[in-house]
Write a new protein. Sequence first.
Length: 146
Amino acid sequence: MTPVRDIRKADAQDWRRLWAGYNDFYETSVPAEVTEHTLRRLLDQASALVGRIAEIDGRVAGFTVSALHESSWTTSPVCYLEDLFVDPSFRGAGVGRALIQDLIDLGRARGWSRLYWHTQADNQRARRLYDAFIEADDFVRYRLTL
């Protein structure tokens, strides 16, 4: 069992390292000021962002970044799993599964109505994991940058 917990200030350096790996994986970059703003919100208990950390033998092995929001379809919060990343040296050890299960358990305990996420269609490794929890639906995403 991989322990998963809230992100702490002491995790900042490890989170930044993994965040950089996440961005490299998706061949993108996030400006430093956005990264730091995101980290501050993850550390703020009053923020709608939820940051969770998986540990193996005291080492940060992965993270999730999720956003809680209201919905016109439910009366309780919805959780959007925006980012999930596992350190390459820990892949195959169940860290990704533990991170998703953690959000399911957390959501049930906190009364969230739904957890959802998406990934790139060709991210087969992630999709095999995600399909073990739930089949993908038939929605297509549209994204307009403002």
